[in-house]
Ligand binder design. Sequence first.
Ligand code: CP3
Length: 347
Amino acid sequence: MAEPVTPPFLAACRREPTPYTPIWIMRQAGRYLPEYRELRAKVDFVEMTRSPELAAEVTLQPLRRYELDAAILFSDIMTPLQGMGIALDFEPGPVVRNPIRTRQQIEALPQLQPEQDVPFVLETIRLVRANAPRGVPLIGFAGAPFTLLCYLVCGRPSKEFGPARAFLYAQPQDAELLLDRLADAMAAYLRSQAEAGAQALMLFESWAGLLAPREFRQFALRAARRTAAALRPLGVPLIYYANQAAALLEEIAGLDVDVVGVDWRTPLGRVRRCLGPGKAVQGNLDPAALFAAPEDLKRHVDVVLAEAGPDPGHIFNLGHGIWQETDPDAVARLVDYVHERTARRTG
Ligand code: CP3
C-alpha cells in the first residue's frame, strides 16, 4: 500500500517540499461568499458559531468552491471569552458590555473549561473532520492574548485601541496578570481543539502593530510564548500571525512556532531573512490586490512568490482577511493560479 501523503499545507508548515505551494485565505469563510450571506440572513452570527452543523457548513463552503489547501474553523477570537462568561455583542465587530479594567475584574475571570464552556466548537471540529473534502486539513485558532486584551480593555474595535495601550502603561502588573490568564485560557482552548481533531493551531495577533518592540516583548510576546510553550508537546504545527509587525520581526524570530504569518507591508524575502531558516512563512498578498484585472493579479501573485523564494516552507495567503466586497471569481483565479504557477515536477 502507498504511504499516506502528507497534505501540502501540513508539509509546508514543517518546511518539507510540496508538489505546489499550498494556499488558504484568511476569513475564507465569510461575507464575500453569497452562500454565507444567504445563511447569515436567516441566522444571527453568534448562533451560527454555536450551532455545530451550521458552523461546520460555513467552514466547508469555501472548500466546495475552491481548491483550497486548508480549512479554518468558523468561529471568532471572542467566542471562548463568551464561554468564560464575558458578555459581548457583534456589531459586527466585538463590543464588550463591561470592559475589563480593574484587578478585581481580572481576578474574577474564571479559567476556561473548553468541554464545558465551548462544547459546540469541539463538535464543529469533529464534524468538519468527518466531512472535509479531499482530506483537506483543518486549522483551529485563537486570538493571541494581547489582541484579546485590546478588545477586553477597550471594549470595542478601534484603530488605535488607546484605552488598551494606556492600560499597559498605567497598570502594567494588571496587564501582565490579564495576559497570563488569557494565555492559559487560550492554551487550554487550543489544546482541546487539537484533541478534537484540529491539525494545525493558529494564534491571531491582529494588533501587534500597535506596540513598540519593547512593549511587544514585555506584553504580547511574553504571553504568546506562554501559550505556545504549553502547546508544543502536542506536536501540532503552530502558526503565529502578526499584523503590521515589520518592526517586530526580530522579536518574533525568538518565538517557538513553526509558521509566522505576516501582512503585505513587508516583502517575504525580508521576513525570511529576519526569521531565519527555522520557520515557514505565510502570506502575504494585499487583500486589495483581488480587485486588480485578472492579468495584473497574476503579476502581483508572482511578486509574492518570487519574494518567498524557492525554499520549502511557504504557505500562500492574503496579508489580512479577505474583504467583504471581493468578487468570488477573483478568489478562484487566485487559488488556481498559485497552484499552476508553483506546480513542481516530482519523482
Ligand atoms: O474564515 C475564517 O477566517 C474563519 C472565521 C473567523 C471569523 N473571525 C469570523 C467572523 C476568524 C478566523 C476570525 C478571527 C477574528 N475575529 C480576528 C483575527 C483575524 C483578523 O481579521 O485580524 C479578529 C480581530 C476578530 C474580531 C472580529 N470579529 C471583527 C473585527 C469582526 C467584524 C467583522 C469582520 O468580518 O471583520 C468580527 C465578526 C466576524 N467574525 C464575522 C465573521 C464572519 C462577521 C460577522 C457577520 O457575519 O456579521
